[in-house]
Design a protein around this ligand. Sequence first.
Ligand SMILES: O=C(O)C1=C[C@@H](OP(=O)(O)O)[C@@H](O)[C@H](O)C1
Ligand SMILES: C=C(OP(=O)(O)O)C(=O)O
Length: 456
Amino acid sequence: MLLVNPTKKINGTVYAPPSKSYTHRAVICAGLANGTSKIIQPLKSQDCISSLNAMKALGSTIDIKKSNDDELENEVWTISSDGNLKVPKNVIDIGNSGTTLRILTSLVSQIPHNSIAILNGDESIRKRPMGPLIEALSQLNIEVLSNDNKAPLVVKSSKIDGNIVKITGDMSSQFISSLMMLLPFNTQDSKILIEGDLKSEPYLNITIDLLDKFGVSIKKDEINNINNINKKNKTNKKENAYLIKANQTYKATDYIVEGDYSSASYLIALGVLLDSDITIKNLFKDSKQGDKEIINIVKRMGADLEIRDDEVIIKNSKFKLKGIDIDVKNTPDLVPTLAVLGCFAEGTTTIYNGEHVRIKECDRLMACTKELKKMGAKIEEKPDGLIIQGLDIDNGETLKGAELETYHDHRLIMAFTMAGMLAKGQTKIKGEEAVSISFPNFVDVIKSIGGNIAIE
Ligand SMILES: O=C(O)C1=C[C@@H](OP(=O)(O)O)[C@@H](O)[C@H](O)C1
Ligand SMILES: C=C(OP(=O)(O)O)C(=O)O
């Protein structure tokens, strides 16, 4: 249980943890390359260790060393491979990591012929949808067996047979990242055609960026679809497609992982909500991470931040925030952070375009509504988002401490910790150990800046 007490002020300098999305991709690409890659400053979290162990099970050799930078306790992961995935000796357990499951489902089809790989994970992972990816792979004659289109999955080794693959864009970009990482092995040039709305697109840009560092090129091809011309306002609806050249090979490389904006969102939000003097290092201004948008969101709500090339500084807050409309199509992981921010912003905060937020570690729209209501939040669940009426802070209204469930969901634990620090009375957060999924030293970091929290 995490005990969270009201906290008035935070100050100090902290480092954002390394990016989860970049660490996953770097580890997997390193295992696909012929040679030795060094992943410098990787995120040592449960999810990324799932990717590391999976690549080990598929034949990579892994050596973990502390880096010289003692203060940050960073590591260097040296990953060696001959570029060919091996038949795994056992079921590959990907734990709680949706990214690992989705990306590997395509790639494990490239193990030697006449063999199978089995992917499985925890209770939450066995509920996450896989249908569109399984169907897309069948268009390439790759066979995946499952009950109900969910893990456990049995993937049969197969040559890629086909060069155009259609997939829905509105459920998870991870399906598309998965195809992007598979198709460079195709012997023909290939194209991924996205059907419907494309959500979480910044994660595809992360995939393209990282693949480029490992020598693989993917190009976006935007097609103006004449069938979709909206005659009334004469706007062309764009269809998204990606082009992948045949017979590309992953090249071993050394890669330094940048800081994670999704994890930093809790620190940034706390910084603007409390009396703060705080610097968050390892956040790059030119990052491709979609969750960098947290900076624009808090600015739109009325906060003032100093953005440097590689750090974010918040001084002399606390700001008087106002409620705004927020489209979370491209930033689903920010939703728990935004739900808490909305409680402390004057007026209405509307979070929309987030149907995909329901199919993460848990249904985060349901969970934020149910749990924050226990603290007195005025929050309403909508099919695609949340409507939050800000509390009357000027007249002393605030959240009240409560005992909260977290559904084994790391992002809920961190967002509810913020809520608890701003609430009146103690908040008890159950299942706090799940922060290790993406931000293992979260509790220590919050304590180091003055957060009055403790594990019981
Ligand atoms: O590819 C990635 O690294 C991720 C993609 C996003 O998922 P969806 O594409 O399913 O929205 C995000 O929510 C997840 O935390 C990480
Ligand atoms: C949804 C998340 O991750 P994944 O899909 O990899 O489980 C997350 O980190 O919030």
